[in-house]
Design a binder for this molecule. Sequence first.
Ligand SMILES: NC(=O)c1ccc[n+]([C@@H]2O[C@H](COP(=O)([O-])OP(=O)(O)OC[C@H]3O[C@@H](n4cnc5c(N)ncnc54)[C@H](OP(=O)(O)O)[C@@H]3O)[C@@H](O)[C@H]2O)c1
Length: 257
Amino acid sequence: MKSLKGKIVFITGASSGIGKSCAYAFGKEGANLIISARRKNLIDEIAEDIRKKFGVKVHAYKLDITKREDVINFVKTLPNEFKNIDILINNAGLAKGFNKFYEDNPDGWEEMIDTNVKGLLYATHAILPGMIERKGGHIINIGSIAGREAYPKGAVYCATKHAVDAITRSVRMDTVDKNILVSTIDAGLVETNFSKIRFHGDEEKAKSIYKGLSPLTGDDIADAVLYCATRPPNVNIAEITLLAAQQASATVVHREN
Ligand SMILES: NC(=O)c1ccc[n+]([C@@H]2O[C@H](COP(=O)([O-])OP(=O)(O)OC[C@H]3O[C@@H](n4cnc5c(N)ncnc54)[C@H](OP(=O)(O)O)[C@@H]3O)[C@@H](O)[C@H]2O)c1
């Protein structure tokens, strides 16, 4: 098993949900962290708590992943002790809207494509050359069951996560001779802020998504990410799909009343 002690792990979208769980999981294993998101107050609090709990170094940075120049500058100007990123966890992402395609609002499409696809590309493109130069690294993308199956009312979100799957597989091929590992973690129903954001803050609608079943948690996903990052050096986990126990596919779910 590979140790994470002293490794530098960059997690995008670490202010909430899966990204926040990953920050705690990797910090607990002794990794030094770069955590970013738009809500600086939240990542500052998380950084402070992780430093106190696990005694690791944490660099918290306000970064909107959709802003290409900001992503490039952020990577260029990282403090020396955080420059040599070993693991990139491309987690920042969102769904906006849950409507039949012909009734959907295109503003949400722009935001999903900009964040889930272009943001992931910007971060990967900015960090990968350093990994290649240092002859090693691991990119772990947070995909989704929506990248394996399309479902109704999710045309654009599903398209963005299918794109993540394609990017994962292509980049793995492009870096196969560079000692770079590329993985994707694809989850089903995870209870985070995800549904609240998808339904524009409507708590009732968000809760109904998880009603009558025990959803996955951010910690369940972080556990899979950690597994991926700690295999022996001869192993690459290409993909892991996690579903809630009462979920058989993107659309087949058993709910108890
Ligand atoms: N929950 C699920 O059921 C589920 C299932 C499969 C996959 N996923 C994927 O898991 C990932 C994390 O989602 P989550 O469930 O943990 O939801 P979440 O609790 O809403 O967290 C989303 C994170 O992404 C960040 N983010 C959003 N837009 C951003 C931007 N433009 N720039 C930087 N950061 C941004 C948010 O931070 P700020 O708002 O502070 O910027 C937040 O930290 C997403 O890629 C999502 O598609 C979720």
